[in-house]
Design a protein around this ligand. Structure first.
Ligand code: HEC
Ligand code: HEC
Ligand code: HEC
Ligand code: HEC
Ligand code: HEC
Ligand code: HEC
Ligand code: HEC
Ligand code: HEC
Length: 445
């Protein structure tokens, strides 16, 4: 009798836990990540055994980590810098159409930089008494398949470098982010963004795997992002903060990357993010903090609530494949692996249609169309294709008040026949909250 009763109780309990489990918010698996102790931005996380290690190259890692190597090898990170001599097919440009006033030829170029959106060319040059590389004065725009003029001195450091590409070096201005190891050793240890760009120098780990190697996801989730921020963020030379130096004082030496940083070290000691104050438009950001240029994912993301609550770049991007981490990466699954209708983290409405006010199968019901509008371009002449990593919704009235072009507004991008005002009215009619002043902090990451 007692036995039967006990079995009954156990069955009931089992059933109850299944019901509870099925009803847990989707975000539950992330609770450990989100509630991890925040150790702060100043703590050095680099394992002791890595302090005197040197760079060894991805081929070594492949010997024991074949799968990671394979995933990475097929990603764009492995293809950033490519050697023209070994494989001429890496050149995506049409050199027969290169304008006559080009200051370089294909035969002079050694490396290609990029391919997907634009391609630039590295040419060996003696600059400032040192073997270096310079950039051709034309770049190939892969999006509209045209050559266009390229003058890198126009970045933030125009007082720090000569305005002639022939004496403008790539070492201090580009190579820290496109070659592995350059950021910390000043040597081009390996082409492109390879294993040790994110895991740090690996010689001691390779000798004996018991020697730890840095893995960004092991502690404070806010710190996880730093391996990505080192490159995916616009910045200024750190010396401009501590020594009150202007870019003029850093003639031929203004560094456009966090000089000296290695994964695990506190990035904040090496990086000065590009300045931004809410409400003020700059060369790099719209007045709401959204990107005007590419390579601003980190600058935008540090203003977002998801960042503050411990969601990281690698929750959405596989760090090796770079693809979306959702089971079904297409459409809304990318977001719905954590979000659920009527859940605590939102959307607060119970149905997709109630949240978006568009038919479920409409483009107007795709999360990223409204929460990651295309606000930036890869070059001045490129189409608007760079999606914002400021996930909070920007209302049409905000777009107007901030003086942003209407095309950067999610609603207007699909409804060019309407005005920002009438789109704002639509939202009001749908009962969406009235726009309140955007809470953007100017804190560093
Ligand atoms: C001789 C084989 C070998 C080589 C070569 C090797 N690893 Fe490992 N690696 C291992 C083993 C074994 C582990 C698991 C160690 C453990 O769990 O204690 C590991 C673990 C790791 C981890 C996870 C660390 C953690 O704390 O979870 C990373 C990251 C890593 N390796 C990166 C690399 C990189 C980058 C390279 C190239 C520089 C590399 N490995 C080369 C054998 C190797
Ligand atoms: C863009 C940065 C980046 C690059 C490049 C990179 N990794 Fe990783 N790797 C990470 C991050 C971040 C994690 C932690 C992933 C997690 O916890 O979900 C990781 C995890 C690992 C792990 C632990 C096991 C796993 O798969 O989670 C190994 C082993 C590893 N990486 C090896 C490599 C090797 C070998 C290469 C080069 C072929 C490489 N990584 C290139 C960022 C990178
Ligand atoms: C050392 C610099 C560097 C680091 C570190 C780095 N990236 Fe990148 N990343 C790049 C560059 C450069 C490109 C452009 C590559 C190209 O187009 O060939 C890129 C491209 C990408 C892309 C676009 C891929 C595509 O197929 O278009 C994603 C996504 C990305 N990175 C995510 C990350 C994440 C997540 C991390 C951190 C885990 C990270 N990156 C760390 C430099 C870096
Ligand atoms: C702080 C790191 C950093 C510096 C410095 C940097 N880049 Fe990049 N670059 C990136 C990242 C990250 C990406 C990819 C992300 C994106 O475009 O949004 C990228 C993308 C590119 C692309 C487009 C790749 C493609 O496949 O279309 C080109 C070309 C490029 N960079 C050239 C340069 C040149 C030339 C310089 C120097 C004048 C330079 N970069 C300086 C980090 C950097
Ligand atoms: C909440 C999810 C999410 C987070 C967090 C996130 N991303 Fe993305 N990211 C996306 C989506 C979605 C896209 C667009 C993919 C597409 O257009 O197909 C994207 C696109 C990109 C691209 C390609 C840009 C281009 O112009 O093609 C890069 C590079 C990138 N992310 C880097 C990062 C970095 C670095 C971080 C951390 C600072 C980050 N992302 C954080 C979801 C995320
Ligand atoms: C790994 C889990 C995870 C993924 C994937 C994810 N989110 Fe979130 N999201 C969160 C959490 C946690 C919050 C924090 C809720 C809060 O602060 O109230 C949040 C908050 C938000 C917010 C409100 C805060 C703000 O910044 O305005 C928006 C909007 C949002 N997410 C959009 C998206 C979109 C769009 C995607 C897909 C590209 C996405 N999220 C993917 C976990 C996730
Ligand atoms: C048609 C545009 C549109 C689409 C598509 C859209 N959202 Fe939103 N979203 C909004 C607006 C507008 C707000 C601001 C809500 C408010 O202020 O009441 C918002 C707010 C949110 C918030 C903050 C919490 C809340 O409910 O206010 C989250 C989280 C969110 N959206 C996630 C998503 C996800 C996930 C998807 C895809 C399933 C999505 N959104 C699709 C317009 C959209
Ligand atoms: C990715 C494209 C896309 C985005 C973003 C988008 N819409 Fe739509 N919208 C559509 C399409 C397509 C329809 C056609 C009917 C449908 O699918 O529901 C539509 C229909 C509508 C309608 C009803 C029909 C009409 O034209 O009067 C209104 C009102 C509307 N959208 C307003 C908005 C507002 C406000 C936003 C921003 C919060 C927005 N839309 C964002 C594509 C979009």
């Amino acid at each position: 009798m007692m036995k039967k009763f006990l079995t009954f109780i156990i069955l009931i309990l089992l059933l109850l836990s299944i019901i509870i489990w099925l009803n847990l918010p989707k975000i539950t698996p992330y609770y450990t990540q989100l509630t991890k102790t925040r150790i702060g931005l100043n703590f050095d996380l680099q394992p002791e055994s890595q302090k005197d290690a040197h760079f060894i190259g991805s081929k070594k890692c492949q010997e024991c980590h074949e799968e990671n190597y394979h995933d990475w090898g097929n990603s764009m990170h492995a293809k950033m810098i490519q050697t023209i001599k070994t494989d001429p097919s890496v050149v995506v440009a049409d050199f027969t159409k290169l304008p006559e006033d080009a200051d370089f030829t294909l035969a002079q170029a050694v490396y290609t930089i990029g391919s997907k959106f634009k391609q630039r060319y590295m040419i060996p040059a003696q600059i400032n008494g040192k073997e270096d590389f310079r950039l051709g004065n034309y770049q190939w725009n892969s999006q509209n398949k045209k050559w266009q003029s390229f003058k890198p001195y126009k970045y933030w450091y125009k007082d720090a470098y000569p305005h002639d590409n022939k004496s403008f070096p790539t070492s201090t201005t580009c190579d820290g982010c496109h070659f592995t190891g350059y950021m910390s050793t000043g040597k081009r240890e390996e082409l492109s963004i390879s294993c040790e760009s994110c895991h740090g120098p690996g010689s001691k780990h390779v000798k004996d795997p018991k020697n730890a190697i840095f893995k960004a996801s092991l502690s404070d989730p806010m710190r996880t992002n730093e391996v990505c921020f080192q490159c995916h963020m616009r910045n200024r030379d750190k010396r401009m903060e501590t020594q009150d130096a202007t870019s003029k004082d850093l003639w031929m030496d203004a560094k456009d990357y966090p000089d000296g940083y290695e994964p695990g070290k506190p990035l904040i000691n090496y990086k000065l993010p590009a300045p931004f104050s809410p409400g003020e438009e700059t060369k790099e950001f719209w007045a709401n903090g959204a990107a005007k240029k590419n390579r601003t994912q980190g600058n935008e993301y540090i203003h977002d609530r998801m960042y503050k609550h411990g969601i990281t770049c690698i929750n959405c991007h596989n760090p090796h494949k770079l693809t979306n981490t959702a089971k079904k990466p297409e459409g809304n699954d990318a977001c719905m692996k954590c979000h659920a209708f009527g859940s605590i983290i939102g959307p607060h409405q119970d149905r997709l249609e109630d949240h978006t006010q568009h038919k479920a199968n409409s483009k107007g019901s795709l999360c990223i169309e409204c929460h990651m509008p295309k606000t930036a371009k890869h070059t001045g002449k490129s189409p608007l294709t760079v999606r914002s990593h400021l996930f909070t919704f920007t209302y049409p009235a905000q777009t107007k008040a901030y003086g942003m072009p209407p095309e950067t507004n999610a609603c207007y991008a699909c409804h060019k026949d309407k005005t920002l005002k009438s789109l704002q009215d639509d939202l009001k009619n749908w009962g969406k909250l009235e726009w309140e002043k955007l809470e953007l902090s100017n804190t560093s990451f």
